[in-house]
Ligand binder design. Structure first.
Ligand code: HEM
Ligand code: HEM
Length: 349
């Protein structure tokens, strides 16, 4: 009887010891993770020089969904940044005006407000600078600031909404304010409360063993040296192929990344480290969009950026961790758009 009790005590003590060391390991993992990453806030962030007001957000949402910002009146921001599909188009490279295929994969607009700068090469300083690009790009929406202003001024509801959103301005319906309203709406497109965020907030048990192992590997192997911060990336520029350049199908020779922005020779093939929030929703991967499988993308990063052939189990664990970065999607009510008038420019092929 006595012996049995001692035995039970020993089992109990061993279990407690094991539980204690697991808790310690969990604490260490959490503390290390906190050094690299930050949770997505649950409130809309402020943006520079553009107060995010209710009026602007509602207007920006309409503009985001309005295909009349394109000359064909067929393509809206949401065509390539589909908010029902992770904020991108899930195509290798985007298709725009006249069915033209663009040169790059569309990144998600979700959490884009947290990126250091916009585009794969960071050539737009912020979202308001960015929003003017696609409207004018020949392969995207193929319009002009003048045509957009004429369109918006022909629609009385837009005139009213711009006047309210930019009150006090003499001529509020203009291209710059279009971009500011879109930026304000995009600032609301954040995805908090992913399982990883819950982990960072202290709920370590929310990640299973494989996901925790993946997180540990992500930090130990060096992924987190480039993919860190709020967006687990999107905050620094690095050569794609630091150690070994991937094949020309994945890294096409004619797209030299930041070189086109800075004209600095050592910025050839330098790109912004991809923000990895919601990455499981945004295949295909890389600026070329040539990789559909997340595990394959992880393995390519291993060889290209770290010079390391990750084992099958390591790739699986890191991928499992990356899937914990999927957050709560913003609720977006589809806007009703004003009907065209006699003054609205007609669609052009
Ligand atoms: C990049 C928003 C229209 C395709 C981006 C980014 C944002 C954005 C915020 C940068 C994201 C990042 O760097 O992480 C918008 C808005 C649009 C619009 C507000 C409407 C005014 C379109 C359309 C297409 C498109 C219609 C497709 C035809 C792309 C592509 C990129 C991109 C391919 C990456 C381009 C590069 O890095 O050079 N967009 N977009 N976008 N968008 Fe759009
Ligand atoms: C892109 C994961 C290590 C820099 C990506 C993408 C993934 C990823 C999934 C694709 C993002 C997308 O298409 O939206 C990883 C993992 C790593 C790792 C799991 C560790 C095994 C690194 C390191 C660096 C880096 C160490 C910097 C030296 C980049 C860059 C891109 C990228 C520049 C954009 C590539 C492009 O132009 O298409 N990473 N990464 N990554 N990563 Fe990593």
């Amino acid at each position: 009887m006595f012996g049995k009790a001692t035995g039970l005590c020993a089992v109990f003590a061993a279990t407690m010891l094991a539980a204690g060391s697991v808790a310690l390991a969990d604490d260490a993992l959490l503390n290390e993770a906190k050094d690299y990453f930050k949770p997505i806030p649950s409130v809309v962030p402020a943006v520079k020089d553009n107060a995010v007001t209710h009026e602007k957000v509602e207007l920006g949402k309409m503009l985001f969904f309005d295909p009349r910002l394109s000359s064909s009146a067929l393509i809206s921001c949401n065509t390539c940044h589909n908010l029902g599909m992770g904020g991108d188009d899930n195509l290798e490279t985007s298709i725009g005006h006249g069915w033209q295929k663009g040169p790059r994969n569309a990144p998600t607009v979700l959490n884009a407000v947290f990126n250091i700068a916009q585009f794969w090469d960071g050539r737009a300083e912020d979202l308001k600078a960015q929003a003017k690009g696609p409207v004018q790009a020949g392969v995207e929406m193929a319009s002009t600031p003048k045509r957009v202003e004429t369109t918006l001024k022909s629609l009385p509801e837009y005139v009213e909404r711009f006047t309210r959103a930019f009150s006090g301005e003499a001529d509020p319906v203009n291209f710059d304010n279009m971009a500011k309203a879109i930026e304000a709406f995009e600032a609301t497109l954040i995805t908090p409360a992913s399982r990883f965020d819950q982990f960072l907030e202290g709920n370590v048990a929310v990640l299973n063993d494989q996901e925790r192992e993946g997180l540990q590997l992500f930090m130990d192997k060096g992924c987190a040296s480039c993919h860190n911060g709020l967006n687990v990336g999107g905050n620094g520029y690095y050569p794609f192929g630091v150690v070994e350049k991937p094949g020309a199908n994945i890294l096409p020779a004619n797209d030299k990344g930041r070189f086109a922005v800075t004209q600095t020779a050592d910025e050839e093939y330098v790109f912004r480290a991809g923000p990895l929030r919601n990455i499981e929703l945004t295949a295909p991967y890389f600026h070329s969009g040539m990789v559909w499988d997340l595990e394959q993308a992880v393995a390519i990063m291993g060889t290209a950026q770290l010079g390391e052939d990750l084992s099958g189990d390591e790739v699986k664990a890191i991928t499992a961790f990356l899937k914990t970065l999927t957050g709560e999607m913003p609720t977006v009510t589809y806007p009703v758009l004003p009907v065209e008038t006699a003054d609205t420019p007609r669609p052009e092929a």
